[in-house]
Ligand binder design. Structure first.
Ligand code: SP5
Ligand code: ZN
Length: 354
């Protein structure tokens, strides 16, 4: 399995996130990726590459899942943040006002001129700092996702997009949950565009993959499944319930498998078997796995109790789907264990797929 890693990832390094009224150090740190890369150098699974995709192809792939006005916003966001106040150059941008959707009457069709208002319009939490290098890093991550999808299209059994910031919380036109561009969705769409009639996305991050669900919710050609902490108590709270089954043409093509905080590996792996059966029933010809390692017992912000050795079995089970598979790197905040856990999963996959 080749790994496509993002050479620009460290350009995104948020300092602080808002948590319950105070600022706390950001959990999503550059060292996370460095630990995974170091472990892949210790236990190689295949060649390590930086992605080589053309600018135009990359912009097109991003534009297949994100709106033009959102991408324009992200590209220019840092310059606008600093233009608001030169002192802003010293601090990350975080939103503080939002147009609540649905029944609340606020408009989201008119773009505010005020940048702080636009930041709120395009985000759903105040825990995802936008920094000077966010666009460069996020775009580099999208390039990894596209390169990994292209490798699988060219015949590879699997490929790994090792990128940060993560992506699965980012929707068609919003950021949040440390995510800006949805790498898994970009990979899934690239697989569709290369001729896979049906693609499955099986999200194993602790948190519900709300962005991916929303991107594909009305579509039958991408089947989205997520195993995650019950949103009644766990982030992202407002999506991820079991009764969300897809809409319109996508009715029946979204499956949420929420589990209570505290769930251990026996229940989790039985739920993975349910998810894999659904992937098989959907008739997918390719698989994307948004790979979060925040299901780990030592994760500081999550509530499942998987152990490092369990990840071999997770990878083995995923290989059992028998599908060409793209992995994207999502959550996992026990930084000194994230490399071991990620490579355990990928090694389990690779050995079983051989
Ligand atoms: C990709 C991903 O895993 N995103 C997760 C985003 C979770 N954001 C909410 C984090 C809550 C942090 N809690 C801070 C506890 C301070 N002691
Ligand atoms: Zn997560």
């Amino acid at each position: 399995m080749k790994t496509f890693h993002n050479p620009h990832h460290a350009a995104h390094a948020g300092q602080q996130e808002m948590f319950r009224g105070r600022m706390v150090p950001c959990h999503e740190v550059p060292a996370r990726l460095d630990f995974v890369l170091a472990e892949l150098q210790r236990r190689p699974l295949g060649a390590l590459h930086t992605p080589e995709v053309g600018d135009a192809a990359l912009d097109a792939a991003i534009g297949r899942v994100h709106s033009a006005r959102y991408v324009d916003f992200l590209r220019g966001a840092w310059a606008e943040w600093v233009a608001m106040d030169p002192a802003n150059a010293q601090r990350d941008a975080l939103p503080s006002v939002w147009p609540l959707p649905n029944r609340h009457g606020f408009r989201n069709d008119v773009l505010p001129f005020n940048f702080a208002a636009r930041l709120g319009l395009f985000s759903f939490d105040s825990g995802s700092p936008l920094t000077a290098g966010t666009w460069t890093a996020a775009r580099g991550g999208a390039a990894c996702a596209l390169a990994a999808a292209q490798d699988v299209v060219a015949g590879a059994r699997s490929a790994f997009a090792l990128s940060r910031p993560p992506g699965h919380h980012a929707g068609p036109d919003f950021l949040g949950g440390y995510c800006f561009l949805n790498n898994a969705a970009i990979a899934a769409q690239a697989l569709r565009d290369a001729g896979h009639a049906k693609v499955a996305v099986l999200d194993v991050d602790y948190h519900h993959g709300n962005g991916t669900q929303t991107i594909f919710y009305e579509r039958a050609d991408v089947f989205t499944v997520s195993i995650h902490g019950d949103p009644s108590t766990e982030y992202p709270f407002f999506l991820g319930h079991a009764d969300e089954r897809g809409a319109d043409a996508g009715e029946g093509f979204n499956l949420n498998l929420p589990l209570p905080r505290g769930t251990g590996f026996d229940t989790w792996r039985a739920t993975l078997a349910t998810a894999l059966q659904a992937v098989s029933d959907a008739g997918a010809t390719a698989l994307v796995v948004p790979m979060g390692l925040d299901t780990f017992e030592g994760d500081p912000i999550s509530g499942f109790t998987l152990k490092s050795a369990d990840y071999f079995a997770v990878g083995e089970a995923l290989a059992g789907a028998g599908l060409p598979t793209v992995f994207t790197f999502e959550g996992g905040y026990a930084v000194d264990a994230v490399g071991t856990n990620a490579v355990n999963l990928l090694e389990g996959f690779q050995q079983a797929a051989a």
